[in-house]
Design a protein around this ligand. Structure first.
Ligand SMILES: CC(C)(COP(=O)(O)OP(=O)(O)OC[C@H]1O[C@@H](n2cnc3c(N)ncnc32)[C@H](O)[C@@H]1OP(=O)(O)O)[C@@H](O)C(=O)NCCC(=O)NCCS
Length: 325
């Protein structure tokens, strides 16, 4: 069995910071409410001229530099995003052109906040069966473009950013086990209702604000805790490991209370959980991607460590991936 691992990570966060104090001037909310209910203090907002492919390309360049590979070496590019530059072509193709990665096969994955984990696991399959030698996997989102800045229930949660990882065969360590799940019967809990073939864009859809995120936050919250804990257990079981063997969890950063409730279920101390939610909010697919990069750059992950990526999102979808670093 080939060992497939991550040989480089990268991130890009737009410069503009939107603080809770800024949000207090936009909707009826408070820094105190947002901090205690979500753990978020700030989030980044892309410039009007920055699209997902721009954030993705910057994160990709950072990851390539760390991996030692050149763009021309890349054989596969997968971008996980729910805020693509446009309906088509894929954002991955746009990133390919920006990088000059002429040899790469490119496509996008739509798995919302679990997109980065889905994309890592997809890339692993292609490399393991010998189809490609390496892959660039990116989670990139400009969620500010689908956030309803008049809805206090959702606008305090989201931010923009990108993270990337380069995968290839490794001599030691690598991906130990993977687990994915989906439940489309829960699709209505979290969605952007208009702009697709079901409800194409019209004056009416714009007047009704149907191009923005609609969420039943409470329901998602309850499901997320159980789903993330179960996904972690399934990945551990497959690898023949126990929770105590985990050195660091990189969870999707939706709400600090979800993350800590999940950690409690698994019996994991908070010292083993990597957080970037306070700084960046929920960046969907970019959250786990940028968190993995942040953990590596801050030396929170050492060679030989057991790292768990664990995410859930709209669909509903979820996924976990255990990696020996
Ligand atoms: C959205 C979320 C933070 C709301 O927290 P909550 O504790 O469930 O709060 P509730 O929805 O019960 O709302 C409590 C009250 O706060 C109010 N409220 C909601 N947003 C608010 C805000 N930004 N500022 C102040 N008050 C707010 C509500 O209107 C409600 O008031 P009411 O009791 O008078 O009706 C939480 O449910 C959550 O994080 N859910 C998961 C979301 C998620 O993960 N989404 C992405 C999945 S990838």
């Amino acid at each position: 069995m080939k060992k497939i691992g991550i040989i480089g990570v990268g991130e890009y966060l737009p410069k503009k910071v939107l603080s809770n104090a800024d949000l207090e001037k936009m909707v009826d909310t408070s820094d105190e409410w947002i901090t205690t209910r979500t753990g978020i203090k700030k989030r980044r907002i892309a410039l009007p001229e920055e699209a997902s492919s721009d954030l993705a390309t910057n994160a990709a360049k950072d990851a390539l530099k760390n991996s030692g590979l050149k763009a021309q070496d890349l054989e596969l590019i997968i971008v996980a995003t729910i805020t693509p530059d446009m309906q088509f072509p894929s954002t991955a193709c746009i990133v390919q052109a920006k990088l000059g990665a002429k040899k790469a096969v490119c496509f996008d994955i739509s798995a919302a906040c679990a997109g980065f984990v889905y994309a890592i696991i997809t890339a692993q399959q292609f490399i393991a069966r010998g189809a490609y030698k390496n892959a660039l996997v990116i989670g990139s989102e400009v969620l500010s473009t689908v956030t309803d800045w008049k809805d206090r229930n959702t606008c305090v949660l989201f931010g923009d950013g990108a993270g990337a990882a380069v995968l290839a065969e490794v001599r030691s360590g690598g991906i130990l086990s993977t687990y994915l799940g989906s439940d489309g019967s829960l699709a209505e809990l979290l969605m952007v209702p208009a702009g697709g073939s079901r409800t194409p864009a019209s004056h009416k859809t714009i007047d009704k604000r149907l191009h923005y995120i609609k969420m039943q936050g409470n329901e998602v919250f309850k499901l997320a805790v159980k789903i993330m804990a179960d996904a972690a257990q399934s990945a551990l079981k497959q690898a023949g490991l126990e929770c105590a063997d985990i050195d660091l969890v990189i969870p999707h950063q939706a709400n600090i209370r979800i993350i800590m409730a999940m950690a409690k279920r698994l019996g994991l101390p908070s010292s083993k959980i990597y957080l970037n939610i306070e700084e960046y909010g929920n960046m969907s697919s970019a959250s786990t991607a940028a968190a993995l990069c942040g953990a590596v750059k801050r030396n929170r992950i050492k060679k030989g460590d057991i790292v768990l990526l664990d995410a859930f999102g709209a669909g509903l979808v979820w996924g976990a991936c255990l990696i020996k670093w």
